[in-house]
Design a protein around this ligand. Structure first.
Ligand code: 73E
Length: 814
């Protein structure tokens, strides 16, 4: 007997169809006959939202009236993915929806496809935030996600006829968007500029301009928890200043300029991943959402109180700073407590310090935000004063602890010229965490070493995780059914460590064959999807080998494409007989930041390698390369279940964690990877014999830097590597034009900061091991199944439990 615990609403399919009809008629004003799939999508979304409404109310009132501290997850990005399927799952309405849509005469796929995914994030950091709020709701922990409802999310990526990346705006809000509820009555005023004056011995900020922050609320339904939390994304509206009317007509355009500029604040998501751009607008965005969120939390937790006792604030809510982007919240809470509510510095500091915690997501020094003091002074003069005072207090504290002058200077939050946001966050909050064990260790040993020496107790690790609802249950229904069959229960969806129970089944050939059949069927599905969406002809009988993530030099897509070229040359030259080649289909997915030149060249190269290889009859059926454009959550959900082998090949010590690695392992792909980020823990858990490890370690990388790295040496020493690079240089992938990849090749041969060339030998060497195993399908699938069985730890539910226990000190609503 299989135990089924998935939520199931008592509503019948017929009733749900009626609810959709009613929405169509009374809200949208169309008959079923007139309706298009997009209308049905909106109606069904509104209908499922109604089913969640009571739980949403109850969660809110329990949160405000209860005594369980809430979590406020402050994040500039929430990369949510499509909402409908997830909401249906958690509302227990999936089957009813499928039947109702058919009854109404529509195709389920057309209706689901009508949803445009909100791309309000760049990559891993934004998707992590989405996984975390899903898990908090599923654990029944009261929580708010606080961020920005960008009008334009991450750009839509296209490729031109030369294979270059083209960025086009993502018009995600042009059609009706049924999930976000705009709440004009719970707005907040956020001010900027002006000056600070003294009045009656008190500092008073006289801002120059203000924006109206209006919340757009998204339900965050938990799985089987009966709880629905809130994702509150702020949108910027201008105040229609009365002044405007006094302007004469000819000045009208100028008169509206400040208004237009105000609304620009929430217009666009910055498309940089890992490297921040020092733009004033970005700081405005950060302050905008953080200030609104702090005031919102006070409104929510001290309802109707003119003089709330904010010394209890940290007992009501704990704010998690998702990277440095929301760190301006620290001086903002200080300002609010002192200037708006009259608390003294020390009281404000105690509350602020207790309220905030900081997650660092990087090891790249250039990715730790530093703001010019001048900019902060112009935009937020009062905050700059507060930051200066924090610096004074900090320096005095360090001195009292016996820290020497030079170190105190090194640790400065405020240097006079600039403000280091990571340092402000580390000092201003209670805890600092990295996102994987290796990353947290490197934060302590390198990036934030001085801080960890002085405040060792602040530092902790929480290894990232991913939600099993979206990335297994929704994305991979076949595997989900097989897991449930194997375990005799579907409880794993909310308790992923139960997957461990599959491990004994890896010894059962029959079960392994079923597992292999699931993978094969998923590959066929993906092949059909790729045909439909991209026009690709992917052979599902080849190994599907994926590399999907932002395009960044440290992630080393270059290593993969050079190895592909080398393999191509092997076949072309007859070094390997075509019959001995194990057929592989390589699927890339990656967006490059629009201003990141080498990353964009790499994209162009991959596209052109794909073009050349896919059109070469000599390698037909042996090697294929596809690069579906615009990698996003939707594509991820289709691709990940179909992957046989996934690449996590960053230079050791550069990828903070990675979360794609977790999704692939959970879905039964094998990983080829370096000892970097969470790969280390994945390998530890799934077993070294079930993971294809290669490449230099962090220590080896450091030693090679110290010794003086010369990529040319590796190029000269390895004829296959040399041949591959020469092909790029000689125009093989640019119709004979030798200039196209000049800069890329020059960088490889003279700089190669992430040591692609040094790891090439180890990377290509492990390929024979990979192919030998793949040639034995039963053994390959056994190992892949062991990966699934041991990936339960990488549930974001577990990450949340770690945060709750080590950092937030709170738990589920009672
Ligand atoms: O290793 C990933 C990590 O898995 C890391 O690169 C990424 O965060 C993921 C989740 O922890 C990340 N993104 C950014 N920094 N680290 C970032 C920086 C600036 C803008 C946008 C994103």
């Amino acid at each position: 007997m299989t135990e089924i615990t998935a939520p199931k609403s008592a509503v019948t399919a017929e009733q749900f169809a009626d609810e959709i009809r009613e929405q169509l008629k009374y809200t949208q004003g169309v008959t079923v006959e007139q309706a298009k799939p997009a209308d049905v999508y909106v109606a069904a979304s509104a209908a499922v939202r109604r089913h969640l409404m009571d739980s949403w109310f109850k969660t809110q009132s329990d949160m405000v009236n209860g005594n369980t501290k809430a979590v406020g997850y402050l994040s500039a990005e929430f990369l949510m993915g499509k909402q409908l399927r997830n909401a249906l799952l958690n509302a227990g309405l999936t089957e009813q929806f499928d039947a109702a849509v058919k009854e109404l005469g529509f195709s389920v796929q057309d209706v689901v496809d009508a949803e445009h995914e909100p791309g309000l994030g760049n990559g891993g950091l934004g998707r992590l935030a989405a996984c975390f709020i899903d898990s908090l709701a599923s654990l029944g922990v009261p929580a708010f996600g606080y961020g920005i409802q960008y009008k334009y999310g991450i750009f839509e990526q296209k490729f031109d006829e030369n294979g270059k990346q083209i960025e086009t705006p993502d018009y995600w809000l042009t059609n009706e968007e049924p999930w976000g509820h705009i709440d004009y009555n719970r707005d907040q005023k956020v001010s900027f500029g002006g000056e600070v004056v003294e009045e009656d011995g008190k500092k008073v900020w006289k801002p120059a301009w203000s924006v109206r922050a209006v919340p757009v609320d998204y339900m965050v339904p938990g799985y089987a928890s009966g709880r629905v939390n809130t994702l509150r994304l702020w949108t910027a509206k201008s105040y229609d200043e009365f002044d405007l009317l006094t302007f004469n007509k000819s000045e009208y355009l100028d008169a509206v300029k400040p208004q237009v500029e105000a609304e620009n604040i929430s217009k666009i998501l910055y498309p940089e991943d890992s490297t921040p751009q020092g733009k004033a607008l970005r700081l405005e965005q950060q302050y905008f959402f953080v200030s609104a969120s702090i005031h919102d939390a006070i409104r929510v937790f001290y309802p109707g109180q003119d003089k709330p006792d904010l010394t209890t604030f940290a007992d009501k809510i704990t704010f998690q700073l998702n990277d440095t982007h929301p760190v301006i919240g620290i001086p903002e809470l200080m300002r609010v407590l002192m200037d708006e509510y009259g608390y003294d510095w020390d009281t404000a500091w105690t509350v602020t310090n207790k309220t905030f915690n900081y997650t660092c997501h990087t090891l790249l020094p250039e990715a730790l935000e530093v703001w010019p003091s001048k900019l902060i002074g112009e935009l937020l003069p009062r905050h700059l004063e507060i930051i200066e005072k924090i610096q004074d207090q900090f320096a005095a504290e360090l001195k009292a602890k016996g820290v020497d002058e030079a170190t105190i200077k090194d640790m400065a939050i405020y240097t006079g010229d600039s403000v280091r946001m990571a340092y402000l966050a580390t000092y201003g909050g209670s805890h600092v965490n990295g996102v994987a064990e290796l990353h947290s260790q490197l934060l302590k040993d390198v990036t934030l070493k001085n801080f960890s020496d002085v405040y060792p107790d602040k530092f902790t690790n929480v290894t990232n995780g991913v939600t099993p609802r979206r990335f297994v249950k929704l994305a991979n229904p076949r595997l989900s059914d097989l897991i449930t069959e194997g375990l005799g229960t579907d409880k794993w969806v909310s308790d992923l460590e139960l997957l461990k129970g599959l491990e004994p089944l890896a010894a059962d050939d029959e079960f392994v064959k079923k597992f292999a059949a699931v993978k094969q069927a998923n590959k066929v599905d993906f092949s059909n999807y790729a045909k439909r969406e991209y026009g690709f002809d992917i052979d599902p009988n080849t190994m599907i080998n994926t590399m999907v993530k932002r395009l960044h030099e440290y992630k080393r897509q270059a290593l993969k494409i050079l190895a592909v070229i080398a393999r191509y040359a092997d076949i072309k030259s007859g070094r390997i007989a075509a019959d001995d080649v194990m057929p592989r289909t390589i699927v890339f997915g990656a967006k490059a930041a629009p201003g990141y030149y080498l990353a964009k060249q790499t994209i162009q190269l991959i596209n052109n390698v794909a073009r050349v290889i896919n059109n070469d009859p000599d390698v037909k059926g042996k090697l294929n390369v596809y690069f579906p454009w615009n990698y996003n959550v939707r594509l991820a959900q289709h691709l990940i279940p179909a992957a046989d082998l996934d690449e996590q090949i960053s230079q050791a010590g550069k990828e903070a964690s990675g979360t794609g690695n977790m999704k692939f392992a959970l879905n039964g792909a094998m990983t080829v990877g370096t000892l970097d980020g969470a790969n280390v823990e994945i390998r530890e858990r799934v077993g070294a014999e079930n993971f294809f490890l290669f490449g230099m370690t962090v220590d080896e990388v450091d030693a090679l830097y110290a010794e003086g790295y010369d990529p040319k040496k590796y190029y000269e020493a390895d004829p296959r590597l040399k041949a591959a690079i020469d092909m790029v240089a000689d125009g093989t992938f640019s119709n004979g034009d030798k200039t196209v990849y000049e800069d890329l090749v020059h960088d490889w041969l003279t700089k190669d900061w992430f040591m692609t060339l040094a790891d090439f030998g180890a990377y290509t060497a492990i390929q024979s091991e990979i192919e030998a195993l793949y040639a034995q399908p039963l053994e390959w699938n056994r190992k892949a199944l062991i990966n699934v069985a041991n990936s339960g730890y990488f549930s974001s539910d577990r990450s949340m439990e770690d945060y709750l226990e080590r950092i937030w000190m709170t738990g589920p609503l009672k």
